[in-house]
Design a protein around this ligand. Structure first.
Ligand code: CP
Length: 319
């Protein structure tokens, strides 16, 4: 069966997940993003690669970084960008997701960037476009439920490559609320594709998915043990909005055991980098001294996100 993200020539048609995305395409996106960092950093103002294209940002769930960097990326590629305000759109009157899509297609959309609380929403839209003969309209998953956040995973890989250069000798730790994290799933898939030899997943048992070892990771329920000697620490936000029931003690107790403090970070390699997808919960999963410290690359991640999203959109448009 054909990979639903690729067209019949094996080129990227939609970006829905990093799970199963071929290695050459994943590396191709990272390579494609490199020259766009000059645009992201405003050394070059704009590139007209998406002139005349209409890109619709459909964010059915809150976002600061992803929505804004997609908008910046599209504008710097000179696309026409439409941000659908879901709270004032007809979704609030009960219009279905696919009816909304049909109406936006009638406005001649070229690309949808979709964030949705329901896992699978971008896949559903893609299947609908395929079934109705509109597969030329590209779909980018900007985060769906617990399922996937592929552009976040890609910008994280870009950041690791920028600071560490080579994936083949790294030990990477992913720490915190893995259970509810689409970011962690995309990171694990990408790290495996890129051949990272050791990926550790660190967190309380209640916040680690059962059988996560089948994804090729080592699990640790002791943060100090898990952080020992790692090259990259990827912290995760506690996703209270997705938690059903009491999976945790108080935030203060969580911080005491699972918060990344300078003392715990000292167990990692001295040149380890600290990453976080944002938004940060300071004093819960990360101490301000670490978040603002010399090893943190959290804000460069955001800037790289512009370049990576420019790369994805321009590749989808065949540029
Ligand atoms: N990392 C991330 O997805 O952040 P936003 O929710 O602000 O987009």
């Amino acid at each position: 069966m054909r990979n639903p993200q690729l067209n019949r020539h094996g080129e990227l048609q939609h970006l829905l997940t990093l799970d199963g995305l071929p290695r050459d395409i994943l590396i191709g996106i990272l390579d494609h993003a490199a020259p766009f960092t000059e645009v992201a950093e405003r050394e070059v103002k704009k590139l007209p690669l998406l002139r005349g294209k209409s890109i619709f940002n459909l964010f059915f769930e809150n976002s600061t970084r992803t929505r804004t960097t997609f908008e910046i990326a599209a504008k710097r590629l000179t696309a026409d960008v439409v941000n659908l305000n879901v709270s004032t759109s007809s979704t609030a009157k009960g219009e279905s997701l696919l009816d909304t899509i049909d109406n936006l297609c009638a406005m001649h959309a070229d690309m949808f960037v979709v964030r949705h609380a329901a896992s699978g929403a971008p896949v559903l839209i893609t299947q609908h476009l395929q079934a109705t003969g509109r597969d030329h309209i590209h779909v980018i998953n900007a985060g769906d439920g617990r399922h996937a956040h592929p552009t976040q995973g890609l910008l994280d890989m870009y950041t690791i490559r920028h600071y560490k250069h080579d994936f083949s000798n790294l030990v990477v730790a992913i720490v915190g609320d893995v259970l509810h994290s689409r970011v962690a799933r995309s990171q694990i898939a990408a790290l495996a594709t890129l051949g990272v030899p050791e990926v550790r997943v660190i967190g309380p048992k209640t916040l680690l998915p059962t059988a996560i070892e089948t994804m090729g990771v080592r699990t640790f329920n002791d943060m100090r043990e898990g952080l020992r000697g790692v090259d990259v620490v990827m912290m995760l936000r506690l996703q209270n909005e997705r938690m059903a029931g009491a999976l945790l003690p108080t935030p203060q107790e969580y911080y005491k055991v699972w918060g990344l403090t300078p003392e715990k970070l000292a167990l990692a390699r001295p040149d380890a980098i600290v990453m976080h997808p944002g938004p940060l919960n300071r004093g819960i999963e990360i101490d301000s001294a670490v978040a603002d410290g010399a090893q943190a690359v959290i804000l460069p991640q955001v800037t790289f996100g512009i370049a990576v999203r420019m790369a994805v959109m321009s590749m989808l448009a065949g540029q």
